[in-house]
Write a protein that binds this ligand. Sequence first.
Ligand SMILES: [Zn+2]
Length: 443
Amino acid sequence: MTTVLITGTRPYGEGDPVDVLIDDGVITRIVPTVAGGRDAGGPDSAASAADEVIEAAGTVLLPGFVDMHTHLREPGREDAETVRSGSAAAARGGYTAVFAMANTEPVADTAVVTDHVYAQGQAVGLVDVHPVGAVTKGLAGAELAEMGVMAASSAAVRLFSDDGHCVADPLIMRRALEYARGLDVLIAQHAEEPRLTEGAVAHEGPTAARLGLAGWPRAAEESIVIRDALLARDAGARVHICHASTAGTVELIRWAKDQGIAITAEVTPHHLMLDDARLESYDGIFRVNPPLREESDTRALRAALADGVVDCVATDHAPHAAQDKCCEFSQARPGMLGLETALGVVAQTMVAPGLIDWRGVADVMSVRPAQITGLPDHGRPIEVGETANLTVVDPDSAWTVRGAELASIADNTPYEDLTLPARVRATLLRGRVTCVDGKVRAR
Ligand SMILES: [Zn+2]
């Protein structure tokens, strides 16, 4: 039995400082911090017997973060990321659970692959790795994958997505939603009408036109969002929209929710912070799918996350080997790292301007994604009796992002040399400290 004591922290950044005692993976005591600390001979003698003490004065205590959208690249592209390196990045970013997307090589469209990824995650033990199953075989969009077999496997797959590709055929999407309803699993759609984005590398707008880059119109995303909302309505199924990127998508989701349609949506940190003005550099690091949009979209996404129309933040953490990013813009593979920088970006774009408070951060980075994906032990209230999946955040800290210093094998961060607020002090998975002050503790 291991006991950990976190001293002087404030759950959700609210109220007076408390000491939180964790015993064998469960929160067992939350008591006011004694002025002067335990050495002052305070009454809490049980606490002073803890195996490990995390001195955390001035910190905010949050439920551990849950990422619905991570690319771990294993199997197949271990030169960019592995379950081990991605788990380390997740722990440093404050995550206690991640969903690993299916577009690996081979594709995670069978229980053999999803069970392999799940087992790797368990062996590493830094974060709960939940494999996402492909909706269609080989992500080809033509034939449904064996969703039922994956759902019944040891990985118990709950989330299915062809992410990286859109399930573009409306009849296939309709069947997938009907099947998902029967299995009580969730389809997450990468909303991109492929005919409208052939050859596209950047947001279709004045910037792309000036730079001579082929444009990706907003309608390519929005037409699939509204189509899938209607298909989900008819199927009586739930649908989740990956990486919402336009102001129009926000309005369509608002409409669908008003109709009672079971639709949810995520936004990435980079779509909250960055817009297509970054493309002036022609730096392939800023190529991402969906593309960085205009500043008006960024503003709309922030507002939608604050008012709950967009449910949560998901990183779309997408590691790429250097040769796939350091090339001509139109040749660069789309995607950016996100796990270690997500909290800092959310703090800067959402907390600093007062759009949300720390309880709001808990909602969009932990509570909602855990609810949407059905994780019973994550996104829980910070209360006695709850499983200790926790993140300790220092809101007054600042750190400068250096791709080479991140835990990921790849270093394709769009925030190189940027100083971000609110670094993670510590992360605990079922009461075990997985990361403290940036140092990952492998089991
Ligand atoms: Zn993705």
